[in-house]
Design a protein around this ligand. Structure first.
Ligand SMILES: [Cu+2]
Length: 157
């Protein structure tokens, strides 16, 4: 009786493993277009997890020398970026957004151009790899200062 139960449990666990990737979906993946000669870039995205807690442990792309997971911390009132080992992806929504967690591209092969896109592989501890396409948006996307900059430029003419 006990043996049968254990065997059944093992089968259920084995079958449920591959479908776990289906619990995680990634959407709204974008990066900011490079300004000038910038050699670094960042990507942002939204992760939905309908299953158990997972972790984003790394990311891969061939557009730069290195791809790192970063967060922003407040250090004596100064916002600083810091590399992190992983980003917690708990049940629900996890946002990687400007001013928070992001995927950092260090040593870009070339600047990120608005309107282009590039492939990115996200590696989750449990769900495994998920391939996404990163859309490059205008340098001022989500930035509050863009309107002011335009206004000042007009005044200077
Ligand atoms: Cu960063």
């Amino acid at each position: 009786m006990m043996k049968r139960f254990a065997l059944a449990a093992a089968i259920v666990l084995g079958l449920s493993t591959p479908s776990f990737a289906g619990d995680i979906s990634v959407e709204n993946v974008w990066a900011r277009a490079s300004a000038g000669m910038a050699r670094a870039g960042a990507a942002f995205l939204t992760i939905k997890n309908t299953g158990e807690a997972d972790k984003l442990v790394s990311a891969k792309a061939n557009i730069s020398k290195k791809v790192e997971l970063h967060t922003h911390i407040h250090d004596n009132g100064v916002m600083k970026m810091r590399q992190v080992e992983s980003v917690a992806v708990n049940n629900g929504m996890t946002m990687l957004q400007p001013g928070g967690d992001h995927i950092m591209f260090m040593g870009l092969n070339e600047g990120l151009k608005e309107g282009t896109s590039f492939p990115l592989t996200l590696v989750f501890e449990k769900a495994g790899e998920i391939n996404v396409e990163v859309m490059v948006k205008a340098a001022g996307a989500m930035g509050a200062s863009n309107g002011n900059m335009k206004h000042n430029m007009k005044k200077m003419q």
